[in-house]
Design a protein around this ligand. Structure first.
Ligand code: GUN
Length: 294
């Protein structure tokens, strides 16, 4: 992709992974230290299986040590918590990731809370969420962290800009708003959600628009202003009989319509998506190096 309007997440994530790989080689050679990541997958959710496999592959490629515990659907909360306690104590493990969603009989919040916040490379533990909200060093959730890195590496000015986030999920909307608000990023932030009245009125004010709603092509051309930078977090399957698979992937933004007006835009796929795993690896490397000031 040579189009300078397009923020190429594939290229940027590959650059980050290459940087990490070099750092890991150095860390091994100089300190005999290998970053270690533990994955836990409960049940047979097909998407979760694919994600965990991709994350394990990234560990192999970058020279990380990794362990994957694949547990059956009927695993008790107690058994899962016991694995977490074991990994909390394991000196070879610097990051713990329990793939979500979990089966209904397991309390997700209780599980996240059981992970040592110093190994919570997902950035979902309430201690990390709280620390982020008061701008104290912590793990940042991987997708929001990836968004900040895309903006930085694409040379987008954030200071004093109006960033409008559409969506208030705990995984993307809220943490990305906190990150944009940090002193070091310094944007003015507005969060819109499903109960917001006249969303277009607000999104048209955005210098940076982050769409994370999970509704295909929700953001239309008449909802943005000229020159906006658009970050599209959506990955939606929509039926398309003209494709071999019978569906295509589309973001939360009407790409064709918005491309013309935007100064920069992320494509789907190949924008935000590839950044998540790269930032997970970055968080684990930071953890292994003791870089975060807890
Ligand atoms: N499920 C979907 N996204 C994520 C993620 O970023 N981390 C975990 N642990 N589970 C997920």
């Amino acid at each position: 992709m040579s189009d300078s309007k397009i923020i190429d997440g594939k290229k940027i994530s590959s650059d980050i992974k290459n940087e990490i790989k070099l750092e890991v080689e150095k860390l091994k050679a100089e300190k005999g230290l290998v970053p270690g990541l533990a994955f836990m997958l409960v049940g047979e959710n097909p998407a979760s299986k694919v994600y965990v496999k991709s994350k394990g592959k990234a560990c192999e490629e970058l020279g990380f040590y990794s362990v994957t515990e694949k547990l059956p659907e009927d695993t008790s909360e107690e058994v899962l918590l016991a694995f977490i306690h074991k990994f909390n104590e394991d000196k070879l493990i610097h990051g713990i990731l329990v793939q979500l969603p979990l089966p209904k009989h397991i309390n997700e919040f209780k599980v996240i809370e059981a992970i040592s916040f110093k190994k919570d490379v997902d950035g979902f533990h309430p201690d990390n969420v709280g620390r982020l909200s008061i701008d104290v060093d912590c793990f940042y959730p991987c997708t929001p962290y990836g968004i900040i890195e895309l903006l930085k590496r694409s040379g987008v000015e954030t200071k004093g800009k109006h960033c409008v986030v559409v969506g208030r999920s705990n995984i993307v909307g809220k943490p990305v708003a906190s990150l944009m608000l940090k002193k070091s990023v310094n944007s003015t932030v507005t969060i819109c959600h499903s109960a917001t009245k006249d969303i277009g009125e607000i999104t048209r004010q955005a210098d940076i628009l982050i769409a994370a709603i999970g509704k295909p092509e929700f953001i239309k051309q008449d909802m943005i202003k000229d020159g906006v930078v658009i970050i599209d977090v959506g990955i939606n399957r929509v039926e398309d009989a003209s494709t071999e698979k019978g569906y295509r992937l589309t973001g939360d933004v009407d790409y064709k319509g918005c491309y013309e007006k935007a100064s920069k835009i992320t494509p789907v796929p190949g924008g935000v998506g590839p950044m998540t795993i790269a930032m997970l690896m970055k968080n684990t490397l930071k953890s292994a190096k003791g870089e975060i000031k807890f």
